[in-house]
Design a protein around this ligand. Structure first.
Ligand code: BES
Ligand code: MN
Ligand code: MN
Length: 462
């Protein structure tokens, strides 16, 4: 049966390409920017299109509203005795500034086998790749039931995802979850993450006046909110080494094991390749092991933006009345967003009581398993589709919904991402490519066929 099952796969993948490209173009054309309230109507359009895609291949699908953006759920149940896989992707995207792109960000532009557009690789392309594989499995009678969860709030911290999971729990029983929203080590080196960092972002705001004042008239007496915010930031962390100076910040960090670091380095994690892939002209370290530790297993403190003062041409000799700093910290297992935020806020306000510290997005870190029958299936599928064994890594990025699903669905979660470092995650000229898409279809079809054979027994009812 397995031989027949895979017989049509190569021709299916070739035949499916125009449809894949058309759907990716339609999805990219809807600017589903979840962080920007002006795009709320686009999110609704995106959710409706997503339902159309699912129903077209036989799913029952619906838009589930939340207090924030909706979630699209679908199911394709062949037989209650078959195992069920739940596939998670997010269809919201980061904002994009058209002035900085070489092509319009919300218009899919194909060049060779690359697909340029906001969300092409994070995460609309991988979502459609999984959908094409699902269609094949369904058309070839694979004894596996499918459920889909397409989130539209991932890029803004999955704020209402837990409410959604709790409300819909009865419809979400599953034997396992597949998440495709992560990045390989490099092209040709597949990576399966078993961990994700958490995150808490926050803003500092300081107001010391009403409007700009002349720095000759008031300079020396007036406080400078921009300068003070910079000082506070440097009290929080050493910008050269990255070391966080907030007392207690590292106390609960669960240290990475030497064996894990060995395996990250052995899997081909290389400082030179990393710097090149991300276009970094210099880094805090060039040591492979130290680099792996820093991006996979240590918390960070970052300054994303500083607002205030004069930024036009030339220099304007004013003292600004207010300033804002946008910051975040990535968290590793052992740390929690609320606790970490409280530590930082307390530290800042002890020294600078008039600075307003307000929280933004938050999500918990995640650490899963990298053994067991689903992991074996993922290894076999990677070998089959890409001709090599995957590296087991921890991702430096965050996916808030993964921890929520692990907590409530109580089923094994496998992260099989398809993005490459060169795809420009969150950056200008973001793209996906047909090599990853076609290999990805093969990967998922093989993975589905493997997990269809795994004995049931994981289903837990709420
Ligand atoms: N797909 C990424 C997460 C990711 C990043 C996985 C890098 C692997 C490597 C996801 O879409 C994302 O960008 N998440 C946000 C979450 C945040 C807003 C809570 C992130 O990591 O900043
Ligand atoms: Mn993503
Ligand atoms: Mn993202």
């Amino acid at each position: 049966m397995k031989h027949d099952f895979f017989n049509d796969l190569d021709s299916y993948i070739q035949d499916t390409r125009p449809g894949f490209e058309k759907q990716l173009a339609e999805l990219v054309a809807i600017p589903t920017v979840s962080t920007d309230p002006d795009h709320a109507a686009d999110i609704i359009l995106g959710a409706q299109l997503a339902v159309t895609y699912l129903t077209r291949i036989g799913f029952t699908a619906r838009v589930v509203p939340t207090a924030g953006h909706p979630v699209v759920v679908g199911e394709l149940i062949g037989d209650a005795s078959w195992p069920t896989v739940t596939i998670y992707n997010h269809l919201d995207v980061q904002p994009a500034d058209p002035g900085e792109w070489q092509t319009p960000p919300f218009m899919l532009t194909t060049s060779d086998d690359k697909y340029f557009g906001r969300g092409a690789t994070d995460d609309k392309g991988p979502a459609l790749t999984a959908l094409m594989a699902t269609k094949y499995a369904h058309e070839h009678q694979l004894p596996l039931n499918f459920k889909y969860i397409w989130e539209f709030e991932e890029e803004s911290g999955s704020t209402h995802f837990e409410d959604f999971i709790v409300a819909e729990r009865a419809a979400l029983d599953t034997d396992s979850v597949l998440v495709s929203d992560s990045v390989w080590i490099s092209a040709g080196r597949a990576a399966i993450p078993y961990g994700l960092r958490g995150l808490v972002s926050f803003e500092l705001r300081l107001q010391t006046g009403r409007s700009d004042v002349h720095s000759g008239l008031a300079g020396g007496a007036a406080r400078n909110p921009l300068g003070e915010l910079m000082q506070i930031i440097i009290e929080c962390y050493d910008a050269t080494t990255g070391h966080v100076k907030v007392p207690g910040f590292y106390d609960s960090v669960q240290p990475v094991t030497e064996a894990e670091l060995d395996s990250f380095v052995a899997s081909g994690f290389d400082a030179k390749v990393f710097a090149k892939a991300h276009g970094l002209s210099s880094m805090r370290t060039v040591d492979n092991r130290d680099l792996a530790r820093r991006v996979m297993a240590e918390p960070t403190f970052e300054v994303h933006g500083l607002l205030g003062g004069y930024t036009g041409p030339g220099i304007k000799n004013i003292i600004p009345p207010a300033a804002t700093a946008k910051l975040s910290t990535r968290l590793v297992p052992g740390q929690h967003p609320e606790q970490t935020f409280d530590l930082i806020k307390k530290f800042i306000n002890q020294k600078h009581p008039d600075v307003v510290v307000s929280p933004g997005d938050a999500c918990e870190p995640y650490l899963g398993a990298f053994e067991g029958s689903y992991t074996t299936a993922a290894i076999n599928a990677t070998n089959y589709a890409f001709g090599s064994t995957p590296a087991f890594i921890r991702e430096g990025g965050s996916i808030g919904s993964v921890l929520t699903m692990a907590h409530h669905l109580k089923a094994p979660i496998i992260l099989l991402g398809l993005s490459l470092p060169s795809h420009g995650y969150h950056s200008v000229n973001e793209h996906y490519d047909w090599t990853q898409a076609s290999g990805g279809i093969k990967l998922f079809v093989k993975y589905f066929s493997e997990i269809a054979d795994i004995k049931r027994g994981h289903i837990t009812s709420s």
